[in-house]
Design a protein around this ligand. Structure first.
Ligand code: DX5
Ligand code: ZN
Length: 220
C-alpha cells in the first residue's frame, strides 16, 4: 500500500507560512492538510477560504481541506473555489450527508467523510460508494498536539475491511496524534494517508521526520 503523509499546517508558524509550505514540499509531503474550524462544531476557530486560497498560491501540493464546521454544505463552494483538491466533511455536522458529498463532487473536488472518535464505522455504510476518502479522527477534533486515542485502531481496521469489500479506490486517512513512534500501528490497522501536525512541524527536521514516518508505515 502506498503511504501518503499530509502535514497539518495548524502546527505551522503562520508568520512564515510560505517558508513552512516550501519546507514541507521539500521534505516530501504528499498533501497539505488544512484544518478549518468554526468555534461551533469544535471549540476552536482557525482558517477560512481566504487562507486556503493563499496556501494554494504558495504550494503545488494538493490541498487536503478538513472542514470541522457545522453545516459545511454552506461553504463547500467557497472552499472549492479557493483551490481544495479534497474537501472532507464530518458525518456529524451535516444533516444531508449524501447531498453534501454530491455537491462536493459536482464542484470537481474529491469528497471525504470524517468520523469523530465516538461515531461508529457503521455511519459510513450507505455513503461509502460515493466517497473518495474516509478520515478517521484519532483525537477529538479541535486542537493539534493531543494524544492518539488507541481505540481508533479498531475502527480503522473495520473501515479498511469495508473499503476492501467496496472494491473501489477510497483513501483511508487517520488524523490526530500521529507521530513517528505510532504511525506503524495506524498503518498496520489499514490506514494509507497520515495527517500529522505536531508530529512533523514540532520536529526540527521535517524531511527526516517524514522519511522516518514513511519507512515506519511502509514496513507494515
Ligand atoms: C484536529 C485536527 C488535526 C490536528 C492534527 O482537530 O483535525 O488535523 O491538526 O494535529 P496533531 O497531529 O498534532 O494531533
Ligand atoms: Zn485535521
Amino acid at each position: 500500500m502506498t503511504v501518503k503523509i499530509s502535514p497539518s499546517i495548524l502546527s505551522a508558524d503562520f508568520t512564515k507560512l510560505k517558508d513552512e509550505l516550501a519546507a514541507l514540499e521539500a521534505a516530501g509531503a504528499d498533501y497539505i492538510h488544512i484544518d478549518v474550524m468554526d468555534g461551533r462544531f469544535v471549540p476552536n476557530i482557525t482558517i477560512g477560504p481566504f487562507i486556503v486560497e493563499a496556501v494554494k498560491r504558495a504550494s503545488k501540493l494538493p490541498l487536503d481541506v478538513h472542514l470541522m464546521i457545522e453545516e459545511p454544505e454552506r461553504y463547500v463552494g467557497e472552499f472549492a473555489k479557493a483551490g481544495s483538491a479534497i474537501i472532507t466533511v464530518h458525518a456529524e455536522a451535516t444533516r444531508h450527508l449524501h447531498r453534501t458529498v454530491q455537491a462536493i463532487k459536482e464542484l470537481g473536488v474529491k469528497a471525504g467523510v470524517s468520523l469523530n472518535p465516538a461515531t461508529p464505522a457503521s455511519a459510513l455504510e450507505e455513503i461509502l460508494p460515493d466517497v473518495d476518502l474516509v478520515l478517521i479522527m484519532s483525537v477529538n477534533p479541535g486542537f493539534s498536539g493531543q494524544g492518539f486515542i488507541p481505540g481508533s485502531l479498531r475502527k480503522i481496521e473495520i473501515v479498511r475491511k469495508m473499503i476492501d469489500a467496496a472494491g473501489r479506490a477510497i483513501e483511508l486517512e487517520v488524523d490526530g496524534g500521529i507521530k513517528v513512534s505510532n504511525i506503524k500501528d495506524a498503518a498496520g490497522a489499514g490506514a494509507g494517508v497520515f495527517v500529522s501536525g505536531s508530529g512533523v512541524l514540532g520536529t526540527p527536521d521535517y524531511k527526516k521526520t517524514i522519511a522516518a514516518m514513511r519507512a515506519a508505515a511502509a514496513g507494515c
